[in-house]
Design a protein around this ligand. Sequence first.
Ligand SMILES: *Cc1c(COP(=O)(O)O)cnc(C)c1O
Length: 341
Amino acid sequence: MEKKDIDWANLGFGYVETDKRFVSNYTNGAWDDGQLISDSMITMSECACVLQYAQTIFEGLKAYTTEDGHIVTFRPDLNASRMAASAARLEMPVYEEAKFVDAVAKVVEANAAYVPPYGSGATLYLRPFMFGINPVIGVKPATDYQFRIFSTPVGPYFKGGAKPLTIKISDFDRAAPQGTGNIKAGLNYAMSLHAIVTAHKEGFDENMYLDPKTRTKVEETGGANFLFVTKDNKVVTPKSDSILPSITRRSLVYVAKEYLGLEVEEREIYVDELPDMAEAGLCGTAAVISPVGKIVDHGKEICLPSGMSEMGPTTKKLYDTLTGIQMGRIEAPEGWIKVIM
Ligand SMILES: *Cc1c(COP(=O)(O)O)cnc(C)c1O
């Protein structure tokens, strides 16, 4: 298979149209078989439920080339089950998990020419999503849905090393206690836009959101979970019903315990404890871990001892081990790597 003529190392994180996408439609209470199509455009009613009432959910995962030349994806079954949970919360039909994983494989195979070579740092990002497509004006769930997966090649997340981020404790809230913070829905991102634009204007890379009820506990950022390392080298990560269950974070917790023999605590983490942390990172599919160097709490700077020039040592071990597992350099736990071709 001939690869596309793309400068992999200099790709950014933007949409690049690829050849094929998977589309399945839900009408009369059932999903059709779905198919790969070439048309990247979607035509729908001006009154589609997604346009009026934001009934849409999504997932994000990547396909990449391992050291031995296979094209694989990482734990797509967890994206499938998380999307099922998101669908249930927004009164949408579930797209069967086995069919989801199968559709992911079809999209990767059909766009194999866009999967970057091993060692480039770039990946083929996959975006499964589902939305209510029929006209709805009185507020209620749609009756017709479209499930779609497109792919887009994205560049290495860290160009020239992982620079630690400076983040601020936000005065905006991300998710209500019994709200939708634990699902991957477009609505959680729409309401985060003003907060992130504001943070960027003020010179911060990201927002740290707190629990909206007491504003004393760490939740997550707009699109990544937190992972901290304490000064006695324990890995701690926030436990809350209103954060998104990151697949990367759950994988890192496993790696910390089973590969690195570290003690891990999933528990409530108070803002007051932040000065006791040695390292901090943001976990998500795109970067795996982005190190945090400084947290600013209303003008008060909390500088992590790991500093502003590189990842902390334990964060680095976690990062190297998980990316080693993903790339086939370190043996993966059963079922983590799905070989596509
Ligand atoms: C997608 C997402 C994450 C990261 O999840 P991964 O499965 O690790 O990619 C974290 N927080 C939010 C709010 C997200 O939407």
